[in-house]
Design a protein around this ligand. Structure first.
Ligand SMILES: [Zn+2]
Length: 335
């Protein structure tokens, strides 16, 4: 057993090395010039419509934010008034806060919620309250998919799990992180949920007529999940991807940025293969969802849905994130 297992592990490592080698352009020694080239490539990919994503190209700190900064800064973000709960597609609803988002997918057999905001207070006011305003019944929440193990996404999950017996879904890596060593901890957030459903790359959550495929996109955390699912608008189908973790707030960690870069490339291939034409986020400053929702609320019925970007634009967005990650990787590699 042991020899065959280690052989298998060695073979797997060789395959991984090969795949990573193929995915990367010939190694260039990190320098100010390579950083500038990646930022220029990101800027070009962003065009005139994806500007907000370029903030990812700003230099990231080499250490995680200290505890006091989190304890002081988070309440300021959390206390900003939330945008109105809004229907984004026939089957997709925004029930989030100003800073962090939660999305409800309505299926023929209940609701799949993606992320649960910072804590119980927000889950009650914004998720339950928002759903009721939109004519959805929160007691129909059957699954809470937590994109990654940071408290702004899991904080309200224990409350919803307990109240509605909703099952909580997270990747194995991030369950382990929340059980052993939190990357960020602050009393502003609710406690992590108890380990429930643990998923691997490519696993699916199916409820009624809807399937959500969960892609493991390590980078922001090592167990970040990016859900992919169908949305519809006036009966017309679109394919949506929610990028599960965006910021480089983990400090100097070159291998993690390598994972992030590989995740953007891999999901670019998935976007192309599946014709993904909607890219969402769990923070509205990443996907500009507040501006898009404001436009939706004002526009006449039948006008083009601003959340539908088209596959080439989704690919450009992934390219912006990948190029900014490469710029940051090179900055850290030089330090
Ligand atoms: Zn996070």
């Amino acid at each position: 057993m042991v020899p065959s297992l280690s052989l298998k592990t060695a073979a797997l490592a060789a395959v991984v090395a090969l795949v990573q080698g193929c995915a990367q352009t010939p190694a260039q020694k990190p320098s100010d010039a390579t950083v500038a080239a990646h930022v220029a490539a990101a800027t070009q990919a962003a065009g005139t419509d994806l500007g907000p994503l370029l903030s990812l190209c700003k230099p990231a700190p080499a250490t995680r934010p200290p505890q006091e900064e989190l304890d002081k800064g988070l309440p300021l973000l959390i206390n900003k008034p939330a945008p109105p709960a809004t229907r984004a597609f026939d089957n997709l609803y925004f029930v989030g806060a100003d800073w962090v988002s939660a999305w409800a997918i309505k299926t023929s057999d209940g609701i799949i919620l993606i992320d649960a905001l910072n804590n119980q207070v927000e889950a009650a006011a914004l998720i339950e309250g928002g759903m009721r305003k939109l004519g959805l019944d929160p007691s129909q929440i059957k699954y809470v998919i937590v994109t990654h193990g940071h408290g702004d996404h899991y904080g309200g999950a224990p409350y919803l799990a307990q109240k509605y017996r909703a099952r909580v879904v997270m990747s194995d890596a991030d369950w382990t992180m929340t059980e052993t060593r939190l990357e960020f901890a602050t009393p502003v957030w609710g406690a992590p949920p108890k380990r429930d459903i643990s998923v691997k790359d490519g696993d699916r959550v199916t409820l009624g007529d809807t399937t959500v495929t969960l892609y493991l996109t390590p980078g922001h955390t090592m167990g970040t999940l990016s859900p992919v699912f169908d949305v519809s608008e006036n009966g017309r189908k679109h394919r949506a991807m929610l990028w599960g973790g965006t910021g480089f707030n983990f400090g100097k960690d070159v291998p993690r940025l390598d994972s992030y870069i590989a995740s953007t490339r891999r999901m670019d291939a998935v976007a192309k293969a599946q014709g993904i034409d909607v890219l969402l986020s769990n923070h509205s400053n990443v996907d500009s969802s507040q501006a898009k929702m404001a436009a939706l609320r004002q526009q006449p019925a039948g006008a083009a849905n601003p959340f539908v970007m088209g596959t080439p634009t989704v690919e450009r967005a992934l390219s912006v994130m990948g190029e900014c990650a490469q710029a940051q990787r090179d900055r850290f590699a030089m330090q």
